[in-house]
Design a protein around this ligand. Structure first.
Ligand code: 6PG
Length: 241
């Protein structure tokens, strides 16, 4: 795995924003569109803010971006816990993306229905390209202290699911995320592993142990099982090797 260590969150934001911009330009040049899945959590906030302001805001081909989400909590779209809301506030409300290019997880439905609808939405994206599973140009992910990524948490059936493109999950009571909304919808390994590029953005000392296990090849952590066919995931990590 390719890990780049950076000194602080500001440097992470600079590096990640540059990587998103480069990937977007390249995808638009080659395929006339940029298929991206955003991550939630706190780490990507400053990355999105970088992209929303300054040179990136005006120079990138935002109208060619098709924006999806790796996961979301089953809360209203304007709830403070919503990943969609966070992405809008930090990035999507500030750049020229047509609203029909925003593919949020429809959290106004039941968890099961939202997962099914998102699965269909992802299959539609794939169909437009004549494939079964969409090949995202870029999927951004985070890492939880328990090794979760997107909402693929240890011990949940979602991590064994290799047929659906999106699934609903209910977090175990004792899991780290359960202090927040317990029900979520997440994309699955088939989507993650069909991506052209996957980038993990990691900050926080509480992730060090999980990261070390993943580097040691411990496949029991959900994030360790992200293995895109086209190339190993890149990691940008605040900290020291
Ligand atoms: C979410 C994501 C989750 C997140 C990690 C890391 O919270 O929406 O599902 O996978 O990326 O928990 O979060 P931080 O960046 O806040 O550490």
């Amino acid at each position: 795995m390719k890990v780049e260590y950076v000194s602080d969150i500001e440097v992470l934001a600079d590096r990640a924003a540059a990587l998103v911009a480069e990937t977007m330009r390249e995808a638009v040049e080659k395929r006339s569109r940029f298929l991206v899945a955003l991550s939630g959590g706190n780490t990507p906030r400053p990355v999105y803010e970088r992209l929303a302001h300054g040179p990136y805001a005006n120079s990138l081909p935002w109208d060619k971006a098709q924006v999806y989400f790796g996961d979301d909590r089953m809360v209203p779209a304007d709830d403070p816990e919503s990943n969609y809301r966070m992405a809008c506030e930090t990035l999507l409300d500030h750049v020229e993306i047509p609203p029909w290019n925003l593919h949020r997880i429809p959290t106004e439905y039941s968890t099961k229905a939202a997962a099914r609808l998102y699965d269909e939405e992802l299959r539609l994206a794939a169909k437009e390209e004549g494939v079964q599973i969409p090949a995202f140009d870029l999927i951004l992910l985070g890492l939880g202290p328990d090794g979760h990524t997107a909402s693929l948490f240890p011990g949940t059936p979602a991590i064994e699911n290799d047929t659906d493109l999106a699934v609903g999950i209910r977090l175990p009571q004792d899991s780290e995320g359960a202090r927040h909304a317990q029900e979520r919808v997440t994309i699955t390994y088939p989507v993650l592993n069909a991506a052209r590029k996957v980038v993990f953005l990691v900050s926080g000392d509480d992730k060090a142990e999980a990261l070390r296990k993943i580097q040691d090849g411990d496949q029991s952590l959900p994030a360790a099982r992200v293995r895109p066919a086209e190339g190993e995931p890149r990691w940008i990590v605040v900290g020291k090797p």
